[in-house]
Write a protein that binds this ligand. Structure first.
Ligand code: SF4
Length: 202
């Protein structure tokens, strides 16, 4: 993690003006396709008890980390301190629960009063979660994934409308490969939003 921070600081300008701009374009296409499909179903996320911001999602790319942290660094100091405090609490709560093998769900430190403080900078899974979808393997084999609980309540009786995550995963993978090459960074990443935010030196 320290090495990644170092690399990103070293190449900050290059990353900000090329890779992250390209990521923003991919995210834009993703959001458009998601909203187009959701609209056809008549599905609109208005929050639910099983809030996906309570899920311990892991993120595995330099891209998502750098994009989110770009947004985080632009917040004012008080806000950053507040979020970092929540992130440290989240990490500790999970550590304690893990030690007791107790499955728990904890709210993402970026969620405030039900809203994502870095909505425009949120990672891929936060953008794609909710709709039934498909993924195609190189062999052409297709796997289908379900929608979320809120989706089921509204629309589960409707026929599946194609929402293919494959092109987005492929574009992300290609760009990730390129940014890692540019940075000379090859270590695996497995970070929650709380891990990312807590790692910030402000
Ligand atoms: S980054 Fe935003 S959308 Fe994603 S889990 Fe956190 S609060 Fe929710």
């Amino acid at each position: 993690m320290d090495l990644l921070l170092e690399k990103l600081e070293e190449h900050h300008t290059e990353i900000a003006f090329s890779f992250l701009k390209e990521l923003g374009r991919i995210y834009g296409d993703m959001d458009q396709e998601y909203h187009r499909t959701a609209e056809k179903y008549g599905f609109e996320c208005r929050g639910c008890e099983n809030n996906c911001c309570l899920t311990r999602f892991y993120h595995h790319t330099v891209l998502e980390y750098a994009f989110l942290m770009e947004g985080f660094h632009a917040l004012d100091l008080n806000q950053k301190e507040k979020i970092r405090g929540r992130a440290r609490d989240v990490i500790l709560t999970y550590e304690n629960a893990d030690a007791l093998y107790t499955p728990i769900r904890v709210m993402c430190p970026l969620n405030e009063d039900g809203l994502c403080l870095l909505y425009e900078k949120r990672p891929m899974i936060c953008r794609l979660h909710g709709l039934p979808h498909e993924l195609k393997k190189a062999t052409g084999q297709k796997t289908l994934g379900p929608g979320c609980e809120a989706f089921d309540l509204c629309c589960k009786d409707q026929s599946y409308l194609p929402f293919d995550r494959t092109p987005f995963y492929k574009q992300m993978a290609g760009l990730e490969q390129r940014i890692r090459q540019a940075l000379g960074y090859s270590q695996k990443i497995k970070l929650t939003i709380a891990d990312m935010v807590a790692s910030s030196k402000i």
